[in-house]
Design a protein around this ligand. Structure first.
Ligand code: B12
Ligand code: SF4
Length: 494
């Protein structure tokens, strides 16, 4: 069977500058899930291709035309909640031209939303991880057999009634999976800003799962409290393949928490990388309490360039509510250790979690801007993604939260908010996000790392953004003065 895997372009309507920042913030990262599924389908004897419309900047019209021309037997789409509308739109447009072309959906949004997201434009939809069911599913479709034996699948019967075959009770064996089919992706186009310039890179997964339940994260709903690890041998072999086949020497570890079981897992991978003298660099995310000096020393030797961790807020009450359970002292410590080894530390902050107020945001911003150990910070607006406890809180109007829309296409973390919290409106959150950005990046001692990471062009754009935000704020301040003056002095309106 001929299968086309599609990842729709998600920055299509962002404009030049908007798409630049969105691509930097969200990341244009090889779609590993589609790569993996394509590799499995290929092993099963099927003819496969992948279009990553984001990296190739293919808009929806062109993508649909390409699909129609290629005449596949099956189109396979994926989608996280904020981009699900794009997958739905692509599927709808394909169906308008060729209603007989079969479309299969899978991914996080569908896994969380289930039947609600099984729109008419999709013929089949897969819930959860599907590695062990993919070939049976494709073979069943090819041979026109009954689908009821394929676990995890939604489909419609002859009368149009939706059927679910029941959950896939699958025990992962990550080492048994093929490496993602990177040969089907334009690997030369994926670049990542690093402190050593922009580098070709790839995503890679060494383990799946996280044991915690932070209220803003949907990982636990995706069946990932079960932790599965790959063997160091398998991870290193995949890295070697990336070096040989694509000349890639920078790796973005997709694991939820890369240092979760350091001694038994990542530490062993690092030792292998050093032993084999792979000469690579890598980055990933963890929790600040899982950053220990001997581990950083070893990771640095193996090529660690950047480590991200979520600080979210410094307010102790909010920290309890968000269930992150990492004591604050670990953040200063983690930043210090990483600075000592010249590893870039990205501190992620969320604005708008339950309990947030102007005062709590100010305290967090002060912590970040005045601590000279902190070189890089991200300011995301807390978004109640479906599948998170935060979504239930916001949708239920609990803890001072008000959810303003269930249009998931609005669920972006930058420049847009979908909740009011306490006295703060959604617009206030956006303003405060901008202020946070200015307060951290207007400090000259941080410019060097910004330019190193983003290159001169990216660095200049970031600094221009800081300048624009500062001017914007001054303008709004002037506007307010004019409003309050008893006599108008002819200050122009804008
Ligand atoms: C890596 C990752 C990313 C990467 C990689 C994206 C990529 N191109 O691969 C980056 C850093 C870019 C990213 C960004 C975002 N992410 Co993210 N991400 C993850 C993470 C940590 C792991 C995902 C992963 O690769 N898993 C391994 C693969 C193999 O599993 P998988 O993708 O689930 O795919 C399996 C099944 O879903 C299924 N499947 C998937 N697609 C399809 C398609 C078909 C046809 C079929 C049959 C099956 C199928 O089969 C696969 C194999 O079993 C998850 C957390 C998690 N534990 O899942 C969050 C997560 C998915 N991200 C999330 C979100 C919200 C985002 C952002 C929107 C914002 C943010 N929080 O950063 C942006 C969006 C960026 C974008 N442009 O798409 C949420 C999704 C919640 C939701 N309701 O949608 C999660 C769950 C984390 C969270 N905050 O809760 N993310
Ligand atoms: S935010 Fe990180 S630590 Fe918290 S549940 Fe999600 S993956 Fe785990």
């Amino acid at each position: 069977m001929k299968i086309m895997f599609l990842y729709p372009q998600w920055t299509g309507k962002y404009g030049l500058i908007g798409s630049y920042f969105a691509r930097r913030a969200g990341g244009v990262i090889p779609p590993l899930n589609l790569g993996l599924l394509a590799a499995i389908a290929r092993q099963g004897g099927h003819e496969v291709s992948i279009i990553d419309a984001e990296i190739d900047r293919v808009n929806e019209g062109a993508l649909v035309n390409k699909v129609i021309q290629e005449k596949p037997d099956l189109v396979a789409l994926t989608g996280m909640s904020p981009f699900f509308h794009l997958s739905k739109s692509v599927a709808t447009s394909i169906k308008e031209i060729n209603p007989d072309l079969k479309i299969l959906l899978g991914g996080q949004h569908f896994t969380i939303e289930g039947e609600k997201a099984f729109h008419d434009c999709f013929d089949y939809a897969y819930s959860g991880e599907c590695e062990n069911q993919l070939i049976p599913l494709l073979d069943t479709l090819e041979n026109n057999q009954t689908l009821k034996n394929v676990k995890g699948l939604y489909y419609r019967n002859k009368n149009g009634k939706v059927k679910f075959t029941g959950p896939n009770t699958y025990v992962r064996d990550l080492d048994a999976l093929p490496f993602p089919a990177r040969d089907l992706l334009p690997m030369h186009k994926y670049k990542m800003g690093t402190m050593k310039g922009r580098k070709n890179f790839t995503s890679i997964l060494t383990a799946r799962g996280c044991p915690w339940h932070c209220i803003f994260c949907a990982s636990d709903k995706l069946n990932t409290t079960l932790i599965s690890q790959r063997s160091p041998e398998s991870v290193v072999e995949e890295m070697e393949q990336c070096i040989t086949d694509f000349g890639i020497r920078h790796f973005f570890l997709m694991d939820d928490v890369i240092t979760l079981y350091f001694q038994d897992h990542l530490g062993l991978i690092c030792e292998k990388i050093i032993e084999k003298n792979l000469d690579i660099t890598f980055e990933g995310a963890t929790r600040a309490n899982l950053v220990k000096e001997p581990w950083v020393k070893l990771m640095k030797k193996a090529g660690l360039l950047r480590l991200a961790f979520g600080l979210e807020t410094v307010d102790s009450e909010m920290r309890k509510t968000m269930k992150k359970q990492v004591p604050l002292k670990h953040y200063t410590n983690a930043n210090k250790i990483l600075n000592k080894y010249n590893v870039e530390a990205t501190n992620s902050v969320m604005l708008g979690l339950p309990g947030e107020s102007r005062k709590t945001i100010q305290t967090t911003l002060d912590y970040l801007s005045f601590d000279s150990n902190i070189k890089q910070a991200n300011f995301a607006i807390a978004i109640p993604y479906p599948g998170t406890e935060f979504h239930d809180i916001a949708a239920g109007g609990q803890q001072g939260m008000e959810l303003l829309t269930d249009d998931f296409s609005e669920y972006k973390r930058y420049g847009s908010a979908v909740t009011n919290v306490g006295d703060l409106s959604a617009d206030d959150l956006v303003d405060l996000q901008n202020e946070g950005f200015v307060s951290i990046y207007s400090k000259p001692h941080r410019w060097k790392s910004v330019i190193k990471k983003n290159g001169y062009f990216g660095g200049a754009l970031m600094l221009l953004r800081v300048l624009r935000l500062v001017l914007d704020k001054r303008m709004r301040f002037l506007k307010k003065i004019e409003f309050k003056l008893p006599v108008k002095f002819g200050v122009p309106k804008w």
